[in-house]
Design a binder for this molecule. Structure first.
Ligand SMILES: [Zn+2]
Length: 256
């Protein structure tokens, strides 16, 4: 339920920012905030809810960086922008080895028991696929990626590890990006052999095979395999380097 909204304007989310009473937000030196368990937190506990205003991408980019850093992406073109002043539920840091995950677009749950004093963390790749919050990571975990980027959801090991805890819209992006089957060696050879004469037509043939959509048009095939809107526009426009990258991807993914 939203209230006070008019088409085209920002809408107030009906969910308030929430941090479980089992945790508290603290300032951590030298500069920043984090949330820590103050009593043992059982697995499956809802530890935090992101609240604020739903804004689209264009409006989102007009807000100050600090406020945007306390936001969460909830759909391809929608963000929940944190309130003007920091609230306790705003202070969950990223870790490449997190103890919390997304239960839905705005709620975080404990993925296992969390001990007193332990910091609550989640992997920003499970919610954010836009580049407003990319950074060098200093989480210190053994599998730290070093840099957290908006494309991390594409990493296969993350897709496997976080299967149940991606935000619903990221799960949709992942499903769209997964091909139902791979090209055989023969299909891949056909793609390469026919590519120079008509790249788009050669790709249509290959994509119909990998998507299992034998009659699909170029536009529906691109929509199926390219969840990234910007990339999709390049492919719709038959941008040569985007076509080349897609062909290379299909070729690399072929079965042996
Ligand atoms: Zn890290």
């Amino acid at each position: 339920m939203y209230s006070g909204g008019h088409a085209g304007r920002d809408r107030r989310v009906d969910v308030r920012n929430y941090l479980s009473p089992l945790a508290e937000a603290r300032e951590i030196a030298p500069k920043g905030f984090g949330s820590f368990a103050v009593t043992p937190i059982p697995m499956g506990t809802i530890v935090a809810t992101f609240g604020g205003t739903i804004v689209n991408r264009i409006n989102f980019e007009t807000y100050p960086l600090e406020q945007r850093s306390r936001s969460i992406q909830i759909d391809v073109d929608q963000f929940v922008l944190g309130p003007e002043l920091r609230e306790p539920g705003d202070s969950i840091n990223h870790s490449c080895l997190p103890n919390c995950g997304m239960r839905n677009a705005t709620q975080l749950i404990a993925m296992g028991p969390i001990a007193v004093g332990e910091e609550l963390t989640y992997d920003y790749a499970t919610s954010d696929t836009s580049d407003y919050d990319e950074f060098e990571c200093a989480c210190g975990s053994d599998n730290c990626r070093g840099r957290v980027s908006s494309n991390d959801w594409k990493l296969l090991d993350l897709q496997t590890r976080y299967r149940q805890i991606f935000s619903p819209y990221v799960q949709r992006k992942i499903r769209a990006s997964q091909l139902v089957r791979f090209l055989t060696k023969r299909d891949a050879e056909d793609l390469v052999n026919n590519y120079d004469a008509d790249p788009q037509q050669a790709l249509v043939r290959a994509l119909r095979i990998v998507t299992g959509m034998p009659n699909a048009s170029w536009r529906s095939l691109v929509a199926q395999v390219s969840p990234d809107l910007e990339h999709r526009e390049f492919l719709y426009g038959a941008d040569q380097s985007s076509l080349d990258k897609l062909a290379q991807h299909l070729n690399e993914q072929r079965s042996i």
